[in-house]
Design a protein around this ligand. Structure first.
Ligand code: MG
Length: 246
């Protein structure tokens, strides 16, 4: 009851109450428990906070496995990993559900191809829900397939793409879908994405797993699944990848 009362209080109603001279005990509306955990932030917003799991720090693939369980064949150079075309996707060894993800990516400075054939990769949350990576700088394609789209589902709110060859950032807040014991969907996956500091997906609800053809649908899966990076045949690079479990 007390909690409900407090939730109903807004900052503005508190200030109005003060200005109207409401009397009573101000301590009754103080919550002291729980105390939020101390998280030491990184030196900049790009750097991993103290409780983050660093998935890639530019030095090795120790948190990753290649497609089909083989070793990762992607190139490691200058603190970045780059897709080795046709070597396959890579996935984290660890599974994740609700999370905050930071990832930096770069499409080739030498522009080849157009539309979906230009700097294509992807970040598959839970291995199923693709946040598109594409060179969308002056490169027309279908809107729900451009950079920062949820592929073939959600159009980004803006095109915040940097030029090819420049590093770009995604900061993602992802809520996993929930399934009942009988496999029925209880709640859709939700995603918020900030692309180079610009909000591009705002707590948007996903329609289901990413599909190249046809309507996406949800298929039940566990609460934690590996993160997958796509090999779409283009020389896309990644660096500074960290994740916080929520
Ligand atoms: Mg892709």
């Amino acid at each position: 009851m007390k909690k409900f009362f407090l939730l109903a209080l807004s900052a503005s109603s508190i200030s109005v109450a003060c200005s109207q001279g409401r009397t009573g005990d101000p301590k009754l509306s103080e919550l002291w428990d729980p105390v939020p955990t101390i998280v030491k932030p990184g030196a900049t917003a790009q750097d991993a906070p103290s409780d983050a799991i660093v998935l890639f720090n530019g030095k090795d693939f120790s948190s990753w496995i290649g497609q089909g369980g083989k070793a990762v064949e992607w190139t490691l150079e200058n603190g970045a990993m780059t897709v080795k075309p046709r070597s396959g996707t890579i996935s984290t060894k660890q599974g994740f559900g609700d999370c905050q993800l930071h990832i930096e990516w770069r499409t080739p400075s030498v522009v080849k191809g157009e539309g979906q054939g230009r700097g294509n990769s992807g970040i598959f949350l839970m291995g199923k829900y693709e946040l598109q990576v594409l060179d969308s700088y002056e490169n027309k394609t279908y809107s729900n397939g451009q950079a920062a789209s949820i592929y073939k589902q959600l159009i980004p709110l803006a095109n915040a793409s940097r030029k090819p060859g420049e590093w770009q950032t995604y900061d993602v807040i992802f809520t996993a879908p929930r399934f009942a014991a009988d496999g029925k969907l209880q709640s859709q996956a939700r995603i918020t994405v900030i692309h180079n500091g610009v909000l591009v997906q705002n707590n948007a609800a996903l329609w289901g797993g990413s599909e190249y053809i046809g309507i996406p649908e949800y298929k039940p899966h566990s609460m934690k699944e590996p993160l997958i990076l796509q090999d779409h045949g283009d020389l896309v690079s990644f660096r500074n990848i960290w994740i916080r479990e929520l």
